[in-house]
Design a protein around this ligand. Structure first.
Ligand code: 5GP
Length: 197
């Protein structure tokens, strides 16, 4: 089976990370690409595990070197990006790659890798999304406000992606994503640029 790129997107607080962790725990044919970011490390996070934490200078140097499949400047001016070498590291072993991206990055990947499968994860309601974001509250009050405003805008973008999954119940939602993955892996596809070599 040809490795596929799965992009899980949606508003911050919808629970993308939890669903992806559960998904890859269940399957050895999938792995998550570790993104690079310039945002500060949160308590409990480790460099090279949640993210590759880069300085602004290093991040921009790697942008200039063409190392990123996509990158964005997001909340509070922090940068996030997918390193090509991360995707290649995973697909070289025959596994499919899962990316967790905000919506702009997801669109960018879809435009350069049209065979990528995009999955938009939404919270069951905006009130629930807000509750989850406030509960997480690792950021400053200003940053939470910014994330909420962004989440509200992003929640309206669902229709632009291949699939929409409502994260009302984690097990149910993971099951739904797994069926999407199985369907995509079983379907014949044209080779994309990144995955064709
Ligand atoms: P957080 O700061 O909460 O870890 O992540 C903030 C947002 O950045 C999340 O919506 C997450 O999906 C997104 N994100 C994480 N890594 C990347 C990346 O490599 N590229 C893009 N475009 N978004 C990312």
């Amino acid at each position: 089976m040809r490795p596929t790129l799965f992009v899980v997107t949606g508003p911050s607080g919808a629970g993308k990370g939890t669903l992806i962790r559960r998904l890859v725990e269940r399957r050895d044919d999938l792995a998550v690409a570790i993104s690079a970011t310039t945002r500060p490390r949160r308590p409990g996070e480790e460099d090279g595990r949640e993210y590759h934490f880069l300085s602004e200078e290093d991040f921009l140097r790697r942008v200039r070197a063409g190392d990123f499949l996509e990158h964005v400047c997001y909340v509070s001016g922090h940068r996030y990006g997918t390193l090509r070498q991360e995707v290649e590291r995973i697909t070289a072993t025959g596994r499919s790659c899962v990316l967790e991206l905000e919506t702009q990055g997801a669109r960018e990947v879809k435009s350069t890798e049209p065979e990528a499968v995009t999955i938009f994860v939404e919270a069951p309601s905006f009130a629930e999304l807000e509750r989850r974001l406030r509960e997480r509250a690792t950021e400053s009050a200003g940053e939470i406000g910014e994330r909420l405003a962004l989440a509200r805008r992003q929640a309206e973008e669902a229709a632009d992606f291949d699939h929409v999954v409502t994260n009302d119940d984690v097990e149910r939602a993971v099951g739904e994503i797994e069926r999407i993955v199985d369907g995509a892996l079983a379907a014949p596809r044209a080779a994309g640029k990144l995955l064709s070599s």
